[in-house]
Design a binder for this molecule. Structure first.
Ligand SMILES: [Zn+2]
Ligand SMILES: [Zn+2]
Length: 381
């Protein structure tokens, strides 16, 4: 004798669809074969409730059932919609799937096998000297990264063996179940639990990577630093980043340049700035001095009567332009150094010089402000 569907779900005959859903969900949750494996009574209750729900949740079938009782919706006879099949089929479907099917959304997610994904990009900060930045350099760097295992070619299977196609899912990584139900055909897809969605099974793992298909290693990379590189310049090495997942392409490597400050040269753009000490005598009488540049020592003329902080420009001795077309300039600021620890004889000569040279001539007839203005002009170039 079949129990009354309303009684099975424990709802009144006037129950709303919501109340019916709620009641069914509660019974299904408590009695699902996943929850109570091997419990025959629970399984029966589950099947009974599912059948009751299938009818009462469909307004047309519910009306027939209300009018004719079980005869109106007979599952096994001709009066009903037939072909519902064995309810035990439902035991193969996870609880989440049931709720997904019946109530839509919410519980089951991520049934799709993950596709190939690109490896991560890597950043490497490389410190170089000003000269290396100016004229370019070849450097070798060592980067710790994950790469495709060379021994197995990334398959994870020992050399000479192949990962075999998962027989459970036929290599798709997914298991699709089609159920004929009172609602029509219901297809559910979930991740294959045999291969964890990979689609393949490795029976003899590669000993080098333990079947992961990837290894950690330190990889040597040749870096060509272009002439005229500036601080923070990022050099991209396509495909030299981390290995991809499931056959995806590797990421990129970015080598970011960091230029060490130099003790003597200061770089601003493609121009170089430096300071050179000169003697009081060189400043007064003029001289040829030697100035270090990135391009080697060059001779520079200091005219007679040069004031301290005067800036001289040496054309074309700065940093080469990265895109060609020559170099920047070098700006040389001369600093007149006052002599110290003079001997008595030296002091005597200077006193003599002081006596025969009027103060305004010694000052160059220029005021402090004149000289300041001159220096600012020089500095701005
Ligand atoms: Zn391997
Ligand atoms: Zn599988």
């Amino acid at each position: 004798m079949k129990r009354d569907y309303y009684e099975v779900l424990g709802v009144s005959r006037s129950a709303s669809l919501d109340e019916i859903k709620k009641a069914y969900r509660k019974i299904a949750k408590e009695n699902h074969p996943d929850v109570k494996p091997g419990d025959k009574e629970a399984e029966e209750r589950f099947k009974e409730a599912t059948e009751a729900y299938a009818v009462l949740s469909d307004p047309e079938k519910r009306a027939k059932y209300d009018q004719y009782g079980h005869a109106g919706v007979d599952f096994n006879g001709q009066g009903g919609f037939g072909g519902f099949g064995d309810f035990s089929d439902f035991a193969d479907i996870g609880l989440g799937d049931i709720f997904e099917m019946f109530f839509g959304g919410g519980m089951g997610t991520g049934f799709r096998r993950q596709g190939p994904s690109r490896g991560a990009d890597l950043r490497y900060d490389l410190t170089i000297t000003l000269k290396e930045a100016a004229f370019g350099a070849k450097k070798e760097i060592e980067i710790p990264l994950t790469t495709t295992c060379q021994a197995c070619g990334g398959s994870g299977a020992a050399p000479g063996t192949n990962p075999r196609t998962c027989s459970q899912c036929g290599g798709t990584g997914q298991i699709r179940t089609v159920q004929r139900t009172p609602f029509g055909q219901l297809a559910t897809t979930r991740t294959c639990n045999v291969c964890n969605g990979e689609g393949t099974i490795i029976s003899t793992p590669c000993s080098k990577c333990q079947g992961r298909g990837k290894v950690r290693e330190r990889k040597r990379i040749q870096v060509n630093i272009p002439a005229g590189s500036e601080e923070g310049l990022s050099l991209r090495f396509s495909g030299k980043g981390e290995a991809g997942e499931r056959g995806g392409p590797p990421g990129d490597l970015y080598v970011v340049l960091n230029i060490e400050p130099d003790d003597f040269f200061e770089r601003r753009g493609n121009d170089i700035y430096c300071e050179i000490p000169i003697t009081f005598v060189q400043a007064a009488l003029g001289a040829e001095i030697s100035v270090p540049t990135l391009h080697g020592e060059v001779k520079m003329q200091i005219p007679e009567g040069t004031q301290t902080s005067k800036v001289f420009r040496i054309k074309g001795k700065g940093v080469p332009y990265r895109r060609g077309g020559g170099c920047g300039d070098q700006h040389v600021r001369v600093i007149v150094v006052t002599p110290t620890k003079l001997t008595e004889r030296q002091k005597e000569l200077l006193r003599e010089f002081g006596r025969i040279t009027p103060a305004d001539q010694q000052m160059g007839k220029k005021t402090f402000w004149d000289r300041l203005k001159e220096n600012v002009k020089d500095a701005i170039g």
